[in-house]
Design a protein around this ligand. Structure first.
Ligand SMILES: [Zn+2]
Ligand SMILES: [Zn+2]
Length: 178
């Protein structure tokens, strides 16, 4: 199993993915995550985040709330198109950008693959299976003091992110059958 920890200090702006977003304004917060099919709740959450609830934003947020296993923007687009055939890739990018900026969704960058999106705003770590590529959320707060990392003097850590790799239970089970 491999670990990767990303630390963001208060002054460090980590440019993520294709340089369109920064992590600086992404704060972890506890949010009510509406059930996927409850469109009223989906649009209420969008309103509460300070965004205007457009049909496109509702579709994109709805797609992310469908348990889609941390989809990439391309995957979000394919699913959004099924519900709203006239939606464009550019619109999907704009919606994702707005949802990230308003803390409804966060970006997940595992290795060098395309940026993925996660609607779970509770603190959690990501686990990616090296076999099937599936991504799981592990709830919990990383405790830096107990992690073995020594934060040098002068650095103030405001956010940490942990990603792990290994084998999921399904793939581990398959391995035994071979
Ligand atoms: Zn996640
Ligand atoms: Zn697996």
């Amino acid at each position: 199993m491999q670990f990767r920890i990303i630390l963001n200090t208060i002054d460090a702006i980590r440019v993520v993915g294709d340089d369109r977003f920064t992590m600086k304004d992404v704060k972890a917060r506890t949010v009510f995550v509406p059930p996927r099919r409850d469109r009223g709740a989906v649009s209420r959450c969008i309103v509460e985040s300070g965004l205007r609830p457009t049909a496109q934003r509702e579709v994109v947020y709805g797609v992310l709330l469908d348990k889609l296993d941390h989809p990439t923007a391309d995957e979000v687009f394919l699913h959004a198109k099924q519900e709203k055939p006239d939606i464009s890739m550019a619109t999907v990018y704009n919606c994702l950008d707005a949802l990230v900026k308003h803390h409804l969704v966060k970006q997940v960058n595992l290795d060098r693959a395309a940026t993925r999106y996660c609607p779970n705003m509770h603190e959690h770590a990501h686990f990616q299976c090296e076999d099937c590529g599936g991504i799981s959320d592990f709830e919990g707060k990383p405790k830096l003091r107990q992690s073995g990392f020594k934060v040098p003097r002068g650095f103030k850590v405001t956010h940490s992110e942990i990603s792990m790799r290994g084998v999921c239970p399904d793939c581990a089970g398959k391995g035994k059958l071979k």
